[in-house]
Write a protein that binds this ligand. Structure first.
Ligand SMILES: Cc1cc2nc3c(=O)[nH]c(=O)nc-3n(C[C@H](O)[C@H](O)[C@H](O)COP(=O)(O)OP(=O)(O)OC[C@H]3O[C@@H](n4cnc5c(N)ncnc54)[C@H](O)[C@@H]3O)c2cc1C
Length: 163
């Protein structure tokens, strides 16, 4: 999603429809607490974007409870990472990265059209060269190549500098 290789509107899973298809029920909400004695989880009030309550705090009973609340990226204490990097843990962060990337590509493309772009590049630094870092690296080159088909008539692969 960060590079535009996937379109979230097409590729993401809608849990309500998925649940209907596979026979489970889906409740959206934030886990606020666990009442182990009574085998129930407590779900925080669900609010709309304006802060109005849609569903009040409530409980859901369970027989067995599996907690799977994921993780966030570890910066391993690398100086500057937390303050300066775009992380890719969430949909919103991936969107933000993609917009910034496209804006910069557009800027460089515009400069190329005007003939003032000898040194203009899109420079991306990826911190962390494990599988998760290498994959967007490769995808970014694919994206740079594809941009020509999506409105940026002058932009080419060497304009992308990856570190
Ligand atoms: C950039 C990136 C690329 C990746 N690429 C791949 C890949 O190509 N292939 C692959 O196999 N894996 C990939 N991974 C790893 C994979 O995404 C994770 O291993 C996987 O999503 C973990 O699943 P999970 O269900 O444990 O946690 P998550 O997917 O993180 O889900 C946890 C959910 O719990 C929710 N949650 C947290 N706290 C609460 C709470 N209190 N109440 C309610 N909900 C809560 C979170 O909002 C989240 O929706 C990638 C990860 C990243 C960051």
């Amino acid at each position: 999603m960060a590079t535009g290789a996937l379109d979230a509107n097409i590729d993401e899973v809608g849990y309500r429809a998925h649940g209907h298809h596979w026979g489970y029920r889906f409740f959206n909400g934030t886990l606020e607490g666990i009442d182990r004695a009574n085998r129930a989880i407590i779900i925080a009030p669900l609010r709309d974007k304006d802060g109005n309550e849609i569903i009040a705090r409530h409980r859901i009973r369970y027989d067995y409870l599996v907690l799977a609340y994921g993780s966030v990226t570890n910066d391993f204490g690398t100086p500057g990472v937390r303050e300066n990097c775009t992380f890719l843990d969430s949909h919103a962060q991936a969107d933000r990265f993609r917009h910034r990337l496209l804006d910069q590509c557009l800027r460089v493309s515009r400069m190329m059209t005007r003939g003032s772009a000898r040194e203009a590049h899109v420079r991306v630094a990826i911190v962390g060269a494990g599988a998760t870092g290498v994959e967007p690296g490769a995808e970014l080159y694919n994206a740079a190549e594809a941009l020509g088909h999506y409105g940026l008539e002058v932009f080419d692969r060497p304009r992308l500098k990856l570190h």
